[in-house]
Design a protein around this ligand. Sequence first.
Ligand code: AMP
Length: 502
Amino acid sequence: MSRIIGIDLGTTNSLMSIFDESGSAKVIHNKEGKNLTPSVVWIQDKSKKFIKVGEEAKNVIGQEENVYPEFKREMGKATRYPFFDSDISPTELSAFILQKLKNDFELTHGKITTAVITVPANFANEQREATLAAAKIAGFKTQLLINEPTAAALHYAYSDGNDSNGTYMVFDLGGGTFDVSVVHVKGSDIEILASEGLQKCGGADFDKAILKIISKKFKEEFNEELDLGKSNFTITDAEEIKISLSALTEKKVTIVAEGHPKKVFTITRKEFEAEIGGLLTQMNMTCDNILVECEREKSKIQEIFLAGGSSRIPCVQDMLEEFLGKKPKLKGNPDEAISLGAAIYAGLKADKATLKAKQKDSISDVKLQEISPAFFGTISLNEQNQNSNSILINKNEKIPCSVTDSFYTMHDNQTAIHLTITQSPVEESDPRFVRTIWEGELKVPGDRPKGQEMQVTFAYQENGLMSATFLDVASGLKQAVDITAQSEGANSNINIDDFIVE
Ligand code: AMP
C-alpha cells in the first residue's frame, strides 16, 4: 500500500491526499470520515493531556477555553499561547494538526514514507522554517515543502491528462491567505513564472466581514455593541452565513443577546460584497501586478485555475471573469486541489525504488521549475561609507540556485566582519526597508590592509529555504549558515508523545 502523502496545512482547514498505487492522487479522509480537518486545536483535558484537533475543537470556539484557531497566521513569529502551566508556539500548535493527520492516516495505511507539506507562496523564510519544525515535532521523517499555488497547478496539469499547453494563472484563495501564480504549462512540464500574494486575505477575513455587518445592524437596532460573549452568535455562525451567501442572495440570522429581545436580522449578498470590496480590489491589483512582474500580457493567459475554498465566492469569480474575459476554471473541489497536487509532488520526491510501475509511469514526464519568492541580499558598506543592501538572489529567480558575490573590507586591521542575510519583496538597496533574517559575525585575522575579499554565497533550495556561506578568502575562515537549523520551533520543549492527540 502506498504511504506517500501530500498535506495541505491550511489556516482554517487541513487535509491530506495520497499518491496511490495506480499513480493517482486521492483525498484521504480523517478518522471522523471527513476530507477537511478544521485547523483548530483544543486542549480538552489538562490533566490527561488530551488534545482534540478538528471538527470537535472548531465546534467549541467561543464556548470553551484553550481553543486555538487561525494560528497559521502567526507561524514564524514570537507569538505564544497559554498552554498548561507554560505557553506554546504556533509552530507547536501546527505540529498537533500534523500529528492528528499522521495518526489518522497511519491507522489505516501504515507508516508514512514520504510527506510533502504545503505553504503559501508568499510565506517568508522563517514561516517555512516554522512549518518544517512543526513537521519535525510531529515526527515526520521527510522535510519537504511545496508552494500552495504550485501544488494547485500540478493538480490541474496532471488531471488534465497533460493536455494543458500555455500560460495560466493559479488563483488560490483559502482560509487565511491569498496567492496568485503565473505558470507555464506544457503537458506535465510546469514552470512557475511569478508568485504574489496577500498574507491577510482569506476566509477568516470574510467571516469577520459578516460579523461586522451583523454588529452594525445590532447597534442600529439596540444602540449597543454586540457582545459575542453574551449572545448566541459565534464566528462559526458567521462562516456558515458567508457560505450560504455563495448560494443564496440573502440569509436570515436570529440573534439572542443578553438584555435584549430576540431579533431576526437579514444579511444580503450585496452587503457582504460591499464589506469585502477593499480586499477584492487588492486581489485584483495583485493579479495586475503579477502580470507586470513576469512581463506577460493578460491576453496571453489562457485560463485561471481556482484553488482554495474561498474561491467559491461568486463575486470573486465574477471579478476574475471580468479580469480575463472568461470564466475561471474549477476542477473538483477547490479546497482539495492543493493537497492533491502536493501528493503528486510527494510521488515525484519519493524514493523511486519504492514506487510501483504505474506510479513511476504516471510521473515520469512531470517536471517542476520553482522560483524564489523574494529578493535575498546582504548589507555592506558602499564607497560612500554608507550601509547598502546588495541583492544576491532575485525574486522569481529559478530555484534551486546558488549565487556568489565578492565584498571587500573597508578598514585596515579589521578583526571582524558583520554578516547579514536580508529579505525584501522589492529590489531595495536601503537597509531600512529590508528585513534582516539572519545576523552574525566572522572573526578575521587583524593586521591586514583594507580591501580583503569576502566571498558570499547564497544557495536557495527547492524547499524555498536559504543557506549561506561567508568566506574570508585570504585566511580561508568561513561562516556557514543553515537558517533552518535556527528555526524558533526547532527548539520545542514539547514531546508530542506525551499527549493524546485525536
Ligand atoms: P481552504 O483552506 O481551501 O479549505 O478554504 C477554507 C475557506 O473556504 C474557509 O474560510 C471556508 O469558510 C471557505 N469556504 C468554503 N466553501 C465556501 C463557499 N461555498 N463560499 C464561501 N467560502 C467558502
